[in-house]
Design a protein around this ligand. Sequence first.
Ligand code: NDP
Ligand code: OXD
Length: 311
Amino acid sequence: MIMAVLFHCEWEEGEQILQDLSAQIPDMDIRIWPDVGDPTEIEFAIVWKLPHGELAKCPNLRAILSPGAGVDHLFEDLDLPDDVPIGRLIDPLMADRMAEYTASLTLWSHRRFDDYAVLQSRKVWQQVAQKDAKDRGVGILGLGALGLASARCLRPFGFALSGWSRTAKSEPGVTCYHGDDTLAQFLGGAEVLICLLPLTSATRGILNAATFGQMPAGAYLINCARGALVVEDDLLAALDSGQLSGAALDVFDIEPLPDDNPLWTHPKVRITPHVSSLTAAETAAPMLAAQILQVQRGEPLDGRVDPGAEY
Ligand code: NDP
Ligand code: OXD
């Protein structure tokens, strides 16, 4: 019987991932969706935002692999087969890329460059009060692969670092909180909040009027995870009231961000187009090929997702 891989990834890097995969698993028949052929021949799916219902048509799937770190795009498919292992990328290069982004924006906010940009626009020579890093609380929502890399990148600056996760964690130089009961306490110390949570049923809309209200007045939000973690109207209200001093947003509920979205022109918002940590073919293709081989050999799957937790 022919065994095939279904591939769907519309990123610019998708073409290179495909080429590298073809070289690394030459005996596999890679089929680019929608040219699935006989769906009973599909053994593996490497898919990003595949239209919902398509995986359910492949009865012999042995693994579903995300070419990114997030798997919310899979769990949003109500017809996702529930008995097939799901793998995601845990890639040190992506962690480095994310840490560069979150550290840059943390320093940007800490050193008040937005305030200086406003003063410059008015030709005002004025020094703004500056805290030392040890007095600046930086909180990281999500202490997983990317959250931990961000914490480790920021640690040498001496910030008062804290992190929040679902299960207990221990990380030098980071005050670790876990579980819903500790969220308010964690947020109370987050003058800069870096969001690196997966989007799940438990985290959707977690950043809202109530949780913004638990942060110190004038806190700064950096969201690199998923747009739907944030209630956008509440974010706009918190920015307008001054509860938040600003936000750096890389991800949005609807991407690309529609032209008429007020975030585009909000003076306190910095926008990047979902670039904080792009998948790199150079590292992703070998990891995806290795995941396929692991399943074929009956070995544990790297980056295996817990379907109950949705990440
Ligand atoms: P991980 O799964 O490694 O880490 C997720 C972290 O969130 C873990 O610490 C986990 O807790 C915590 N968490 C999950 N659910 C809850 C909850 N209900 N309450 C408290 N904590 C929770 O993910 P990654 O670090 O690899 O990636 C994080 C997200 O970043 C991805 O899901 C994706 O959406 C986004 N991303 C964005 C990119 C971009 O370019 N903008 C690029 C790559 C990823 P615990 O440790 O206890 O399990
Ligand atoms: C990812 C992403 O999850 O790029 O990898 O958003």
